[in-house]
Write a protein of this length. Structure first.
Length: 128
């Protein structure tokens, strides 16, 4: 069985819904939602409202901690690489390749490199 976790929305317990109501009949209270999986905030918030609440409270601090960009990012021929594949519905095997958006160049890669992104670094540069 999967581990239950709490919604990380700082105001989750303040929203009045039936599934947040806990306690005996004469002493009901709202609690933060607890589930095995969530769809928002990368699996950590129960709704878009809770996700938005989290960003309002912690978003600025997260940007300051991890670093705000102070210069524009530029797409060049060196960092315009992405992994792609051709889909085949008949007996032909799928082909995998690295594709450069700016030069439209294609370089063959293995299926393993396609799935693991081992041929492209975090900056979009080809490493093979």
């Amino acid at each position: 069985m999967s581990q239950l976790k709490y919604c990380q929305g700082p105001r989750c317990h303040t929203y009045d819904t039936k599934d947040r109501k806990k306690g005996p009949k004469d002493n009901k209270r709202n609690e933060t939602r607890r589930r095995s999986s969530f769809y928002y905030l990368n699996g950590n918030a129960c709704s878009m409202i809770c996700q938005d609440d989290w960003f309002k409270v912690y978003g600025q601090r997260a940007l300051q901690h991890f670093g705000m960009i102070t210069q524009p990012k530029v797409l060049t021929q060196d960092n315009a690489w992405v992994n792609r594949r051709t889909w085949s519905y008949d007996d032909n095997p799928n082909t995998y390749y690295a594709y450069n958006h700016l030069t439209e160049e294609r370089r063959p890669i293995t299926e393993q490199q396609y799935h693991d992104d081992t041929n492209i670094d975090d900056q979009g540069q080809l490493t093979i």
